[in-house]
Design a protein around this ligand. Structure first.
Ligand SMILES: Nc1ncnc2c1ncn2[C@@H]1O[C@H](COP(=O)(O)OP(=O)(O)OP(=O)(O)O)[C@@H](O)[C@H]1O
Length: 492
């Protein structure tokens, strides 16, 4: 609680304000004004006796105004009129202060302004009332008149907050390498993954944004979505002259919003994706071994017979074909398939089970299946495991063996040159089609280095105070959606 006393304003000698500002958790503040000389002397006596003004209690109902900042203004009625007019806002139906008469009581108090929304008078709600019904309420009140208002200034601030737009860049940008930038000094560079606050989108081709990491950084030019999308499309065409990559536009920015994880909340789901044989399983295995109490993996479902050494719920959930098919129909699988005549699949329930144990669930799926968990419920942190260049693949995988696909009936063999080429080409496809979903890219050259980088990154994510999540996840919650979405498509 903060208390200040203001000296009588020399321009308005008949007014003296005693301000009691109660700062409540939701930015609610209460202002009381006692506008008369006689009241001033009475109050001074009280104040001298008590050594400090006593604070009036916070009205109980103020805290219910979850979303808005409410101001309570108490005016002691004199013979003087308030000196304000009110009207009904046509678009919202709210009662707002239309005019403040110069020199009138409202003007002198400095506490009621044009555009302020009147919510209540003396505890009576003004909702659905016409202005002419409100005037008698004021006329019949005696002594103190208490107004509950939403200040226009706060409404403006809220409106501007709603427009705050944060984007995560999905590509690296260096103005020095961009011949099209109108002024290199006015532009800012960024790396894929950086979060930028967009401050102006007035120009179609060059937006203004600042880096979030540099506190009070100045805004600089960044290529707009339209601009960067075209530039990246052209670059991609230069790399692949054939049209094999289809018409998908390269991702540019994704709209994000801040998220503070409560320690009581579940951990984010960690999704590992990459082309076959790149090392997703190897990295998952190493993570599990490094901290089995902290990391967990899903138990798959299968319709094949249980083998003697296998345990139900540990190696697999063994289920019948009709049960499996029912789960397919009920969309309970993130991914499923048939192998050697049997069904295998990873269910959402198995993910939930690991997460409910308080563990970080490690899930590896085909990138096309990420959509099943791309929600606020799972808040997936998607890591793309990428192969290094072909030289490094040859060097690092000399002794590695991998399990081949269905055609070879699961045989184990060493990598061929063709495997390496396929791995690189598949990784390129994945990146161009799903790159906007990847929050981290790990190049798996040296396995020990890749593992260290992955582990450190996952720890960093857990410890980071503010994480930036795609705004589209929050659209399922109406309150948050109203705050964060609506001004742009979620990924742009
Ligand atoms: N960086 C690396 N250096 C050397 N060998 C590696 C490296 N990463 C993985 N391997 C080896 O490559 C083989 C394939 O790896 P892994 O099984 O993890 O691939 P994967 O991405 O899970 O593919 P799949 O889903 O097809 O099994 C394994 O023998 C693994 O030990």
């Amino acid at each position: 609680q903060r208390q200040t006393r203001q000296q009588p304003d020399s321009q308005h000698p008949d007014f003296h304000f005693v301000w009691s500002v109660l700062l409540a958790a939701i930015n609610t503040f209460t202002v009381f004004v006692f506008p008369s000389q006689s009241l001033l002397s009475v109050h001074d006596t009280v104040a001298q006796r008590d050594f400090e003004p006593t604070l009036p209690p916070i009205p109980d109902d103020v805290l219910d105004e979850d979303e808005d900042s409410v101001k309570i203004v108490s005016l002691v009625k004199t013979n003087e009129p308030l000196g304000a007019t009110i009207k009904k806002d046509k678009s919202t139906g709210a009662i707002v202060v239309a005019r403040i008469m110069r020199g009138g009581a409202a003007d002198k108090s400095g506490l009621i302004h044009e555009g302020d929304e009147l919510k209540e008078v003396n505890g009576i709600s003004l909702e659905h009332r016409k202005p002419k019904e409100i005037l008698p309420l004021l006329a019949c009140s005696k002594g103190e008149v208490k107004f509950k208002i939403i200040p226009a200034s706060f409404k403006e601030e809220m409106a501007s907050n709603k427009k705050k737009l944060f984007l995560r860049a999905l590509f690296d940008y260096d103005p020095d390498d961009d011949p099209a930038v109108p002024c290199k000094d006015a532009a800012i560079g960024f790396k894929r993954g950086d979060v930028l606050q967009v401050v102006s989108m007035e120009d179609d081709t060059w937006w203004q944004a600042c880096h979030l990491r540099d506190g009070n950084a100045r805004g600089g030019l960044i290529p707009s979505r339209q601009k960067s999308s075209r530039a990246r499309e052209a670059a991609r065409r230069r790399r692949w002259s054939t049209g094999v990559h289809g018409p998908t536009r390269p991702p540019t920015y994704i709209e994000v919003i801040p998220y503070h994880r409560d320690p009581k909340e579940r951990h984010r789901l960690v999704v590992l994706v990459g082309p076959d044989g790149v090392g997703v399983n190897e990295l998952k295995r190493r993570l599990l071994l490094s901290d089995p109490d902290h990391y967990g993996v899903t138990v798959p479902h299968t319709t094949r017979e249980k083998r003697r050494q296998e345990k139900e719920g540990v190696d697999y959930h063994f289920v019948s074909v009709p049960m499996f098919e029912e789960d397919i129909l009920n969309h309970r699988f993130i991914e499923y398939g048939r192998y050697n005549g049997h069904y295998y699949g990873t269910s959402l329930d198995s993910v939930n089970r690991v997460m409910a144990e308080g563990k970080v669930c490690l899930l590896d799926v085909h990138p096309g299946k990420i959509k099943h968990v791309y929600t606020c419920e799972y808040k997936p942190y998607v890591v793309f495991v990428k192969p290094p260049g072909i030289e490094e693949l040859r060097l690092t995988r000399r002794r590695a063996k991998f399990i081949c696909g269905e055609e070879d009936k699961g045989s184990v063999r060493v990598f061929s040159e063709e495997d390496f080429e396929d791995m690189i080409s598949l990784a390129d496809d994945m990146e161009s089609q799903c790159g906007h979903l990847f929050e981290k890219v790990i190049v798996n050259g040296d396995i020990a280095m890749a593992f260290r980088e992955l582990k450190a990154d996952l720890e960093r994510v857990e410890q980071t105070e503010v994480q930036w999540l795609p705004a589209e996840w929050m659209c399922s919650s109406p309150t948050k959606a109203r705050r964060s979405c609506g001004h742009l498509d979620s990924w742009i």
